[in-house]
Structure formats: C-alpha cells, structure tokens
Design a protein around this ligand. Structure first.
Ligand code: UN1
Length: 497
C-alpha cells in the first residue's frame, strides 16, 4: 500500500505547504507502519487559509442557521456510515483501542446532531421594555474566522466540539490539528464537505505549534481562538491573543481526583478506577490520576486494583482483544517514565507496573505498564502535576473533610469524582469540589456533549465548549431595541424627573 499524502485543505482544494516541507507520522503501536505524510506548514500557509476563510465568511454567515444545521445533520449520517473505517484510522494514528476509537467518532456524531439541532434553536432572549411601544430582544451573531488548535488524544471528538458549534453559528474555520493525529480531522471535514459545506468554510493546515499554530493565533483576521492542550501552551496562546483582544477559549490540563468513601460499593469502584485511570492509556485530560481513599478500606481496594491492572491486556489497538494501547509518541513515553522514576525518588511505593515494555510484540511501539503508586503524599509532584499516562497515585485520608481538601489542593480543576452511598456526602462533594465536571459513583471520564465541558483554575479560562454554553464561545450577542411609538422616548435613566 502506498503511503497516503495529506495536503493542506484550503478554499476547497488540497495544496502543498509553501514551506516545501513535510513530516511523517507512524503508528505508535508499531513504528514500522507509516500512517501518512503531512504538510509541515508555515505562516504563509496560515495566511492562505485565513484568506480563504475570510472570502467564504460573508456568504456562509448569511446561510440561514437551520440550513447550516442540516449540513451538520447530514454529516452525522455520513460519520455513522463510515464509523468503522474512521475508527481504524484513528487507532492507527494515535493508538487507542478500536472500541475507544469508535467512541471518539460517536462523540462527533452526537455533536453533529446536537449542533445541527441548534440551527433551529439558537435562542436569544426577549424582555419587556421600560417604555411603552418599544420592543427589545437579543440575537446571536457569528464572530468571523475561528482559529482552532486541537489535541491528538480525541482527534475526532475534540475537533467536532469546536468546529460544529462554530459552523452552526455562522463562522468560518481554520484548524490546525495535533501533529500526531491529523487524519481524523480530514475525515470529519470530508463528511462535512460531502454533506454540502461550501469551499473555504473549513480549512485545514497541518504542522507544529511554533510554525503553524502561532501564526494562526497571531493572525489579525482571526478574532476567536479555541485551544485544547497543555496549560503551558495555553498560557502562551492566551497572552498572544490578549494583545489583540481576541476571544480565547482554553481547555487545558487536569489532575483529576477520584474519592472513595468507606461506604462505597467497591466492585463498582474497581471498575471505575481501572477505566478512569487506564482508559486511553491515561491520556485524557479527564483521566483519573489521584485515588483519594478512606484509610479503612485502602488496603483491600488497592489490592484489587493492582490485581486487575496487572492483568490488563496491553497491545496494538487494532487487535480487538487489546484493553490498553501505547502512548502516543516517544516524548510522552519519556515523560511518563520520568514521572515513574520521580515517584520512586519522592518515596512513593511502586505497587505495580512502572516498566517500559519494549520486547517481542512491544518492540516497535511506545508501551508502558499500568502503574500504581501507594504511600503518595499530596505534596509530591506525582500527586500535583499532570502526567498524561497510565499512572495512578493513591493517597489515603481519614474522612470526607480531608478528602475534599486534598482533592482541591492542586492547581487544576477539570473533573472530579466521589464514590459513596451517603447522599449528604455526595451533595457536599458536588458543591465543594473545585472542578468543572463532577461525577457521583462514576469515574472522572465520560462527559456527554450536551452538557458544558471545561474546568476551573489552571484548567480553563471561564469558557465551556459543548453543551448549550458552546454557543457563547462562537457567537456574539447583539441587543436590539425597536421603538414603534413614533416619538423620541428617552430611556428611563435619561428621563428622571
Ligand atoms: C479529554 O478528557 O481529553 O469525558 C476529553 C470524556 C470524553 C472526552 C474527554 N467525552 O471522557
């Protein structure tokens, strides 16, 4: 099979980068397999893409919103029909097992249906006026060109959270997908184009952050930037955007706690912890990375977790029996192994895992064992910093107050969870956990697209993509006053006797 070459998609055409450079992406489970050749784009490519999006905008913004929504609904059907093929592409490019890759596509289908439906809602508000014969309302309007920088860990789902609401609101788009997993963005856009999206409304520029991402963030014709990735890069994006007063929506790191109280159903906890910590090889921003457990049940629970973790089937995600795939690339592998080493040095006890698997079937991929540390203290770096790998830190506590204090004592605040059968404890946790997403009796992963998604503190900057709030990221409010009295009516504040 010849290696597929992916060119940038600009103004409805596939074009090579003006840089003349390309890069290769290989399967993280088997480095002998090339996934594709991609454009190593630069500022000139970004300028071309923005120009195409700018040319398409005046037409697209005038297409009635229900009609824009119909294109998304049609795209949902196409995604559904191609789910199997797109899942394989997704597994090959970033490593997650096929069943999880299918979930990534399903999330995009859900978003296409939900955002498509917004074409017929997109509610504003009307209010009574203070004055007679006067009507007032507020409407949503598109903003212009939205620049998107998306991550590799949910290459189809996260691109869909950003792109589909932006489109239904009437914006045009330039997207720079994560360089490790760009194929899924092409697949999503392929469906939109076949569903009737006009040329130039979505443009794809592949490549790396400094050479392709930064020119997009700095482009004066791009008033909105939506970024998902690390807090370190997000801070830079925010700073650059602020200089031009851009709207910047940031979705960044997490250090998500799962609290287990002494009355919890431990069978349920076990399943939740294994899925939350080791699903997607721990490479979700919502992954469970801290297990905060009541001291009285800690030993029993940890024993069961270790037993299950050591039996997880690790392998190539294309093998249907695989439960946990590889890490996405060599840098991530190095980073995860460094954190495991750090945990040892900090005095935590390595209860299972910790090894780089590099022999036999693992020889050509980036595989690491599911890893559990006990005797972790909240001050340790492995308990505070985002690892983005299958590493779980177990912290023992004496009760709910301490559990909540430990859970909140980190810089991040994406998702958090508590397992308990005590309704009072559950409600207290719901109110007091410093997180954008809270789960009761479920792990920290598994958010649905029709509720706001995002976090507090160093995880975000106040925006929520997905859910009804997604429209606020990608539209501008306009308040409209209609005076049908035929006289100059001064507003009440200007009319004080
Ligand atoms: C992420 O954590 O990186 O909530 C995205 C979930 C998925 C998306 C997660 N719907 O688990």
């Amino acid at each position: 099979m010849s290696t597929p070459i992916f060119k940038n998609f600009i103004g409805g055409e596939f074009v090579a980068s003006r840089s003349g450079n390309t890069y290769e992406r290989r399967n993280p489970a088997d480095q002998r397999e090339i996934v594709g050749i991609f454009q190593d784009s630069n500022a000139d490519d970004v300028n071309d893409a923005v120009a195409a999006a700018k040319a398409a905008y005046p037409v697209w913004r005038r297409v009635p919103a229900p009609r824009r929504g119909e294109i998304l609904l049609k795209a949902a059907e196409l995604l559904q029909a191609r789910k199997e093929r797109y899942s394989r592409d997704l597994t090959r490019e970033m490593g997650k097992p096929l069943f999880e890759a299918g979930g990534d596509i399903v999330e995009a289908i859900g978003m296409a249906q939900y955002a498509g439906g917004e074409g017929r809602r997109m509610h504003g508000v009307t209010t009574p006026s203070e004055l007679p014969n006067k009507f007032q309302m507020s409407i949503r309007q598109p903003i212009g060109i939205v620049g998107m920088i998306t991550p590799w860990n949910f290459p189809m789902a996260i691109a869909s959270w950003k792109m589909l609401p932006a489109l239904v609101c009437g914006n045009t788009v330039v997207i720079k997908p994560g360089e490790d997993a760009s194929v899924s963005t092409y697949n999503l856009v392929e469906c939109l184009v076949e569903a009737g999206l006009p040329p130039g409304v979505v443009n794809i520029v592949t490549g790396f952050g400094p050479s392709a991402g930064q020119p997009l963030v700095e482009h004066p014709d791009v008033p909105v930037i939506s970024f998902t990735g690390s807090t370190e890069v997000g801070r830079l994006v925010y700073e650059l955007g602020a200089r031009q007063l851009k709207r910047v929506s940031l979705e960044m790191g997490g250090k998500n706690p799962l609290i287990v109280m002494d009355d919890a159903d431990l069978d349920l906890v076990l399943q939740g912890v294994i899925w939350g910590a080791f699903g997607t090889t721990g490479q979700r921003c919502t992954a469970t990375s801290r297990l905060i457990v009541h001291r009285s049940i800690a030993a029993t629970l940890v024993e069961r977790i270790v037993d299950r973790a050591t039996r997880l089937r690790i392998g190539n995600g294309l093998d249907p029996s695989t439960e946990m795939g590889p890490l996405v690339n060599e840098d991530q592998l190095r980073r995860v192994l460094e954190y495991i080493e750090l945990g040892r040095r900090e005095g935590a006890t390595l209860r299972c895992g910790g090894a780089h698997l590099n022999e036999g079937v693992y020889a050509h991929g980036f595989f690491v064992q599911p890893t559990v540390f006990t005797d972790v203290r909240p001050q340790m770096r492995i308990a505070r910093e985002e690892i983005f790998g299958p590493v779980l830190s177990v912290i023992e506590v004496a009760g709910l107050d301490e559990a909540l204090a430990v859970a909140n004592d980190v810089s991040y605040g994406l998702s958090a969870s508590i397992y308990t059968r005590d309704i009072n404890a559950a409600y207290r946790a719901m109110h007091e956990l410093e997180a954008g997403i809270v789960y009761i009796n479920a792990p920290t992963i598994g958010a649905e697209i029709h509720l706001p998604f995002g976090g507090v503190k160093a995880t975000g900057n106040g925006h929520r993509e997905a859910g009804p709030t997604m429209l606020d990221v990608f539209s501008e409010w306009k308040s409209v006053y209609v005076d049908y009295s035929g006289t100059l009516q001064r507003a009440q504040i200007d009319n004080v006797e």
